[in-house]
Design a protein around this ligand. Structure first.
Ligand code: ADP
Length: 500
């Protein structure tokens, strides 16, 4: 690259002499100016790479004042030309940080070395400044230390992070300044760092304000051209917030875990209690319904006897009372028997085996033959599958559903019942559809509960336990039961049985 030079010299012979030498050396001389003012005016237009500046100039501005102005307004290196070395002037000139001094008259090689050195130094400084600017861009703290841990560089990020300016900390020992707390001891950390040339970890630093921060720190060894360590660079990112967030998350998690454990333990106790009381209740229902049968049978048979023997022998009231007692005892017997059936779904049952549902339906219809004939019900049945079930319970289930369909038929019109089955994913869904009186939507769940009926005994006989038994049977088989109905227009009872 051809360096373009501006010469500022008021002795025209010296100036021309230098110009000739420079051109011989391959430099380009843009202009010769003899006052500081003229030189400044030309810089913008000519854009020199370097200025050779005579210290003693005539006019308002000498070389030093001119250089000061140039430094303020332009980015171009200045090398002073000086004929004598007056110490005071020299010191004043040094303050303007020139890139070199050339003593006049200068030999051709002296000119070459000085100009090239100055230009090289200027370029290098620019490069370093660019890098330093880059380092200053980051919010991380970048600190360079020499081998005795004294700070030689402290970027803007370090200023922001710790609160000290660079000029306050240069020469300080980092770990004293920042009161560094190491995960291990300082010696151990340094040993590890020096052996690998690299270290990474978390440190605690104290800021100028006294506040402690946690930093994620990375250290790298710096070596000179002979591979001798000359210092190390450390980059510190503030992770205090992240650490705090992690800590509170951990605490919250621990608390939650404890809560869940406590809750699970409470729930387990509750489940055990529920299971126990459920078992007790089942046992109670079974035992009471079973044991109540005997005294009830005695009451029923003796009141019947009473009725037979003393009918019309006592007064009219007595006949009526005895009739009520007989009816009540009979009703109670029916209810207790139904309750016993309900209790027995889980206590007296058979193993699941493969049964053909068409056969199950045959047996069911046989057992209901009288009711079917009396009601003239027309029953149609789709092909049915063979499934693993307790056949007795399936017969009981269909008996309850079909006898209900017959019982809750409409007064007029042909009574129709259709039985069907569909395979839906892993379940068989059976349906018993009738064209009876239907069920109002608000009662569709309630009817599966024990003793829940929608009609009086005078309208329709029954105990209100049939569908509760159906539900228990279906649930014992791992299925579900529900009803769809249009009030006044029939009902379809569905239940599922798992295919496997
Ligand atoms: P019960 O038949 O002894 O009354 P269930 O438990 O079998 O008892 O039935 C409960 C109630 O559900 C019945 O009282 C009736 O109101 C209603 N119900 C059951 N099946 C049908 C049906 N097929 N059509 C209309 N209502 C029904």
């Amino acid at each position: 690259m051809c360096i373009k030079v501006l010469i500022v010299e008021d002795e025209i012979i010296t100036a021309l002499d230098i110009k000739i030498s420079l051109e011989k050396l391959g430099f380009e001389v843009l202009s010769i100016e003899d006052t500081g003012k003229d030189a400044i005016n030309k810089i913008k237009k000519l854009k020199p790479d370097l200025i050779l500046m005579d210290i003693v100039l005539k006019g308002e501005l000498d070389g030093i004042e001119t250089t000061k102005l140039i430094k303020k307004r332009f980015d171009v290196p200045v090398v002073y030309l000086t004929a004598y070395s007056d110490k005071k002037t020299f010191e004043r000139a040094k303050l303007t940080e020139p890139y070199g001094f050339i003593v006049k008259p200068a030999g051709i090689y002296e000119l070459k070395c000085n100009i090239e050195n100055a230009f090289y130094k200027y370029k290098l400084e620019k490069k370093l400044k660019k890098q330093a600017d880059l380092l200053n861009l980051t919010h991380d703290a970048i600190i360079v230390h020499d081998m005795v841990d004294k700070i030689t560089f402290w970027n803007k990020g370090a200023e922001e992070r710790y609160g000290w300016h660079e000029e306050e900390v240069l020469g300080e020992v980092t770990h004293d300044l920042l009161k560094t707390e190491f995960p291990d001891s300082l010696n151990e950390t340094c040993e590890r760092f020096l052996s690998k040339g690299y270290w990474e970890g978390e440190l605690i630093h104290t800021k100028r304000s006294g506040e402690k921060i946690i930093v994620s720190s990375r250290w790298a060894l710096q070596k000179d051209e002979n591979n001798i360590p000359i210092g190390f660079m450390e980059i510190n990112s503030d992770i205090t917030e992240r650490k705090r967030a992690e800590e509170s998350l951990r605490e919250a998690n621990d608390k939650l875990e404890l809560k869940v454990q406590k809750r699970t333990a409470e729930l387990n106790i509750l489940v055990d209690e529920l299971k126990r009381s459920n078992d007790e209740l089942k046992q109670f229902a079974y035992v009471t319904s079973h044991d109540l049968q005997e005294p009830l049978r005695t009451i029923a048979s003796f009141t019947q006897l009473l009725k037979r023997r003393y009918n019309h022998k006592l007064d009219e009231n007595a006949d009526e009372f005895i009739t009520y007692i007989v009816e009540g005892a009979n009703r109670m017997q029916t209810m207790i028997k139904a309750l016993l059936d309900y209790s027995r779904v889980n206590t007296r049952n058979n193993e699941f085996k493969l049964y053909d549902f068409e056969e199950i339906l045959n047996q069911t219809l046989n057992s209901l033959k009288i009711a079917i004939d009396e009601s003239n019900a027309v029953i149609t049945i789709d092909p049915l599958p063979t499934v693993m079930v307790d056949d007795k319970q399936m017969i009981q289930l269909f008996q309850n559903l079909i006898s209900n369909a017959i019982k809750f038929r409409k007064k007029q019109g042909e009574m129709k019942i259709h039985i069907s089955c569909k395979k839906v994913s892993n379940n068989y869904t059976f349906s018993v559809a009738d064209n009876g009186i239907g069920i109002e939507p608000q009662f569709r769940d309630r009817i599966f509960e024990v003793f829940q009926r929608l009609h009086t005994r005078d309208e329709y006989s029954g105990t209100g336990i049939g569908l509760a038994v159906c539900k228990k049977i279906v649930e014992r088989h791992g299925g579900q039961i529900w009803v769809e109905s249009e009030f006044g227009n029939g009902s379809i009872f569905y239940f599922t049985i798992p295919v496997d």
